[in-house]
Write a protein that binds this ligand. Structure first.
Ligand SMILES: NC(=O)c1ccc[n+]([C@@H]2O[C@H](COP(=O)([O-])OP(=O)(O)OC[C@H]3O[C@@H](n4cnc5c(N)ncnc54)[C@H](OP(=O)(O)O)[C@@H]3O)[C@@H](O)[C@H]2O)c1
Length: 333
């Protein structure tokens, strides 16, 4: 464990949704952060410079996951690495190489730099995507998705994350890197960046009228601040080890739209299921006990959804329908 004065850490993909929160909390805790981005001058990274403590303790380093030398420049001299950077896409051309080779490169460079620990952001999709799992099985950190199933169903994001996590464990074992993995479910919550990332888009489509119906399926959710905190807690706990499922609860899409409609009735939230002939899909069971045992208190999903929508409004991604209506009423006077 590095000493308090030596808390220099690298966060890859620092301008992303989860990483921005991670950098924010690390700066709040007094860490000095080297955040890698592919283009420090890109306006989409400008929010990073506004974070409290950024002026004094954040450096944005230009780095690409496929360029080891650029990673060396960011990682050498750090006590730890948080590897979050990864494309979030189902396009195999864009996904596989940065996810898999990029992760291997980060572990290799972290080993060369002799950092104390690497925390890798994997995903629940390396854990639960398995058609042979018994319906009542509680999904825990011993579960692995079925790689052939991901390939057959052309789920290239899950395939890429699976191979990336396996590669990370193999490489860490070979190079004696102290590796911890976080496996988050779908992450929601307030955006720090100005753009909308893929997981928050999942909610936006139910508010804009672009989704006319909801699917007969389930999804697990977690608050972005809890995901960022989970990374820091496992980094700072010397006894932490292995994988950590980071999830608050699983909802059927019908429950999700009901919660959204209760808090935000002004939006055209779908009320019809696209497939109500089939029995209602059941949520899978999971445990988040490992992170709870380390002291993480998860934000309830209703609060998480509320904060997500509020943030989408504040960032200008959703019309403030109520305000518009109020304004019309006032201007009619
Ligand atoms: N959000 C979720 O629901 C969720 C759930 C489970 C796991 N995760 C994992 O959490 C991590 C962050 O996700 P996020 O939702 O925060 O995504 P995000 O906002 O899209 O951020 C992804 C970051 O990865 C960087 N990146 C992509 N390709 C790169 C490359 N070739 N070289 C260097 N950087 C590259 C991007 O940097 P640029 O700015 O340079 O493009 C971006 O900052 C990912 O590993 C994702 O798989 C996310």
């Amino acid at each position: 464990m590095p000493s308090e004065s030596g808390k220099v850490v690298c966060v890859t993909g620092a301008g992303g949704f989860i990483a921005s929160w991670l950098v924010k909390l690390l700066l709040q805790k007094g860490y000095t952060v080297r955040g890698t981005v592919r283009n420090p001058a890109d306006p989409k990274n400008s929010h990073m410079r506004e974070l409290e403590g950024a002026k004094e303790r954040l450096t944005l380093c230009r780095a690409d996951l496929l360029d080891c030398q650029s990673l060396r420049e960011a990682i050498y001299g750090c006590d730890g690495v948080f590897h979050t950077a990864c494309p979030v896409t189902d396009d195999p051309e864009q996904m596989l190489e940065p996810a898999i080779i990029g992760t291997k490169n980060v572990i290799i460079v972290a080993a060369e730099a002799k950092v104390w620990r690497v925390v890798f952001t994997s995903s629940i999709c390396t854990v639960y995507m398995n058609p042979n799992r018994a319906p009542d099985k509680v999904v825990d950190e011993t579960c692995w998705s079925d790689l052939d199933f991901c390939e057959k169903t052309k789920n290239w994001y899950c395939y890429g994350k699976m191979v990336a996590e396996k590669t990370a464990w193999n490489e860490a074992r070979k190079k004696e890197v102290n590796l911890i993995v976080i496996n988050p479910v779908l992450v929601l919550g307030p955006l720090l960046q100005s753009t909308v990332n893929a997981s928050v888009l999942h909610i936006l489509k139910y508010l804009t009228g672009s989704a006319k119906t909801y699917a007969n399926s389930t999804q697990a959710y977690v608050h972005v601040k809890d995901v960022a905190l989970a990374h820091i807690i496992v980094y700072e706990t010397p006894s932490a080890s292995g994988r950590y499922i980071c999830a608050e609860s699983v909802l059927h899409r019908g429950e999700l739209v009901e919660i959204l409609a209760k808090s935000f009735p002004e939006y055209p939230i779908p009320i019809k299921c696209s497939d109500d002939m089939r029995p209602r899909s059941k949520p899978y069971k999971f445990t988040n006990q490992k992170l709870k045992d380390l002291g993480l208190e998860f934000t309830p999903v209703k609060q998480c959804l509320y904060e997500t929508v509020k943030s989408l409004q504040e960032k200008g991604h959703l019309p403030l329908q109520r305000c518009i209506q109020d304004f019309k009423w006032i201007s009619a006077l």
